[in-house]
Design a protein around this ligand. Structure first.
Ligand SMILES: Cc1ncc(COP(=O)(O)O)c(C=O)c1O
Length: 387
């Protein structure tokens, strides 16, 4: 049983705490390797796990051809595209729904730039829950189609992702739904930290020197920081790896914040980059990202759309890994960080590849399940019509 002993607030986000010790870490050889392997360090009470789909346990790939091309002999790819809906968002979805199933909640809501919404729609479908999703009107149509195919109710919000978050959170409060919004629900950090435990185990109970992470709202990076910090707290590791957060040049609020300078408006435009997954103008837990990066001696870098698309091609052509532009940001960031002296090619480097390009299956978006809204009363009216 994961025994949470309390929680603290760090740089604007809630951080669950445990009674740390090495006994909390699984020791057996994993029969089936999923994130529930780490349940002693997760807020999951005793009893069988109810979430019905295996999540996590993704491969750490040595990528020999990519190593040769880049001159990075100790480079690894943590391939999160192997999760059921092809992104790391499945981890957070699973833990939030696991909690909801135990509490008998029948509806989950989230806002999303796309991948968290797809993960939530499919996770809810598998668990027999209703999903109510809020996305921007410029959400990728292929992702929208997947959400509706999984039976989710989707609200497209004209004012974009930040307004979608506000509406989703208001709906969760008003109707008592599960609130999966990243950064708002501490379970999203708890679930995503299991990537740190997996990397440590897959490297033979050893940590890399540096890890590259795409950053949108920041939960993925902060969760890794927490996971690595917990390995230190458990007495299982002596130090944490440096974390380098990567943002798209056209939407890089945290790179400028890290440099201590105000961002120009042209560099805060979520619609202007190919990396929709990390195009977040006001990151939910940006302060915690900056804190984690500073404490670990890492940094933040911005990459151009051209570099993101080259990274997509290189991951496919030299590692056999299919990634979407946001998912490939870690590789683009490596080149930029080496140029700036933030990383060295001889170090043990892990690239977190967070998401795969969604294929257009040709299956339709079910129009009856998508409503374009601006205000909360429009959401309420649409939902009343559903009952
Ligand atoms: C593919 C991909 N990578 C990275 C991220 C960024 O994750 P976070 O919001 O936790 O920083 C997202 C978020 O949607 C994503 O879809």
């Amino acid at each position: 049983m994961g025994s949470v002993t309390g929680s603290v607030h760090l740089a604007g986000c809630e951080w669950l705490q445990y009674d740390y010790g090495s006994a909390l870490m699984a020791r057996d050889q994993p029969g089936s390797f999923t994130m529930w392997r780490y349940r002693e360090l997760l807020p999951v009470p005793d009893g069988p796990v109810r979430y019905p789909v295996p999540i996590g346990g993704t491969p750490l790939l040595p990528a020999p051809a990519l190593r040769q091309t880049l001159g990075t002999p100790h480079l690894w790819i943590k391939d999160e595209t192997r999760n059921p809906t092809a992104s790391n968002k499945d981890r957070a979805t699973a833990l939030v729904i696991e909690d909801g199933l135990r509490r008998g909640v029948d509806t989950i809501t989230t806002a999303s730039t796309g991948n968290a919404a797809v993960a939530t729609s499919f996770g809810a479908a598998a668990a027999g829950m209703r999903a109510v999703i809020f996305v921007s009107t410029d959400c990728q149509p292929e992702k929208l189609a997947l959400m509706t195919q999984a039976g989710a109710w989707v609200f497209q919000v004209r004012e974009g992702y930040a307004a979608a978050v506000d509406l989703s959170r208001a709906a969760a409060r008003t109707f008592g739904w599960l609130d999966r919004n990243t950064g708002a629900n501490p379970f999203t950090i708890e679930a995503k930290k299991t990537v740190a435990f997996e990397v440590w185990e897959q490297l033979g109970r050893w940590l890399p020197d540096v890890m590259f992470v795409p950053v949108g709202d920041g939960t993925t990076l902060v969760a890794l920081y927490k996971g690595f910090a917990e390995l230190v707290s458990c007495g299982l590791a002596a130090r944490q790896p440096r974390l380098i957060g990567v943002q798209a040049e056209r939407c890089q609020p945290l790179v400028w914040a890290w440099l201590g300078a105000p961002a120009r408006q042209a560099e805060l435009d979520p619609g202007a980059t190919v990396a929709d997954g990390i195009a977040v103008e006001r990151p939910a837990i940006g302060d915690a990202v900056l804190d984690a990066v500073r404490r670990g001696g890492g940094g933040m870098v911005a990459v151009t759309d051209g570099a993101l698309l080259s990274a997509v091609a290189m991951l496919a052509g030299r590692a056999g890994v299919g990634a979407e532009p946001a998912g490939a940001a870690a590789l683009a960031g490596l080149e930029s960080a080496v140029e700036r002296g933030l990383a060295d090619r001889s170090e043990t480097v892990v690239l977190l590849v967070t998401g795969r390009e969604v294929k257009a299956s040709g299956a339709p978006t079910y129009p009856g399940r998508v409503t374009v809204v601006e205000r909360f009363d429009e959401v309420e009216r649409a939902l009343a019509g559903d009952c």
